[in-house]
Design a protein around this ligand. Structure first.
Ligand code: DX5
Ligand code: ZN
Length: 243
């Protein structure tokens, strides 16, 4: 019992200290991507999240290798590249060369995922695996020791601005438990509908990396305020003097 209390205490304190924010460029103004990337880096995001979609694995098409290259030459923070494409193994070399620091591939369409993850590591890039809302946590269990991060999708991938799916919290809890029991020290990332409030729910469940597009690029008080809210220390709303 006391061990459980200590574990919960550690988890709570860790998640508060170490929230990593990854700003999703999908919600930025694409007519000025370089400017947007610089602005969000200056506003304090830890990583830059690039969503690569192929119109096959997900019903949307976004950006590819040249965009990652362009981001690499624009900012110095880590590039967190989320591949929502079929046959990612065909493209990991090109994304590594373009400057990706973290490469996340999905487990739903990858019969040879073990091999692809080894290859990502061999290329000097940090490997991560994503699971969709309809995919059970057990799908990633056998590969946990070989990755740096699990991305628990908190919406169905394909579009920004969707509503957080609360049923995904149980999977975050389960994966954090496996990580603690096996001393894996995994990063657990959440992506989709993440704002100050849902980030808090996910942090309590054991997540420590928070991807957000709308909550940063669409924050009424600017990018830095959006990032602060995700870290759990939003500036209280200004007193309007009405009360
Ligand atoms: C969705 C993408 C997300 C998306 C999140 O498929 O993987 O990274 O940009 O957008 P928000 O934060 O607006 O839900
Ligand atoms: Zn993403």
């Amino acid at each position: 019992m006391s061990e459980e209390i200590i574990r919960n205490w550690k988890k709570k304190n860790m998640s508060k200290e170490k929230r990593i924010v990854s700003a999703s460029m999908l919600a930025s103004d694409f007519s000025q991507s370089g400017k947007e990337a610089k602005a969000v880096a200056e506003a304090g995001t830890d990583w830059l999240h690039v969503d690569v979609m192929d119109g096959v694995f997900v019903p949307n098409i976004t950006v590819g290798i040249p965009f990652v290259e362009a981001m690499k030459s624009t900012v110095t923070i880590p590039l967190d590249v989320h591949l929502m494409i079929v046959q990612p193994e065909k493209h990991i070399h090109a994304f590594a060369k373009a400057g990706a620091n973290i490469l996340t591939i999905h487990c739903e369409n990858n019969p040879n995922i073990h091999f692809t993850l080894m290859e990502i590591r061999r290329l000097g890039v940090r490997p991560a695996v994503a699971i969709n809302p309809g995919t059970p946590a057990v799908m990633v269990e056998p590969i946990l020791p070989m990755i740096d991060m699990v991305l628990v999708m908190t919406v169905n991938p394909g579009f920004g601005g969707q509503k957080f799916i609360p049923e995904t919290l149980a999977k975050i809890r389960q994966i954090r438990q496996w990580s603690d029991e096996r001393n894996l020290n995994l990063n657990i990332q959440v992506d989709g509908g993440i704002n100050g409030e849902t980030a808090g729910l996910c942090a309590d469940a054991g997540a420590n990396v928070f991807v957000a597009g709308t909550a940063i690029f669409g924050h009424p008080d600017g990018y830095a305020a959006g990032i602060r809210a995700l870290r759990g220390n939003a500036t209280p709303a200004a007193n309007t003097g009405n009360g």
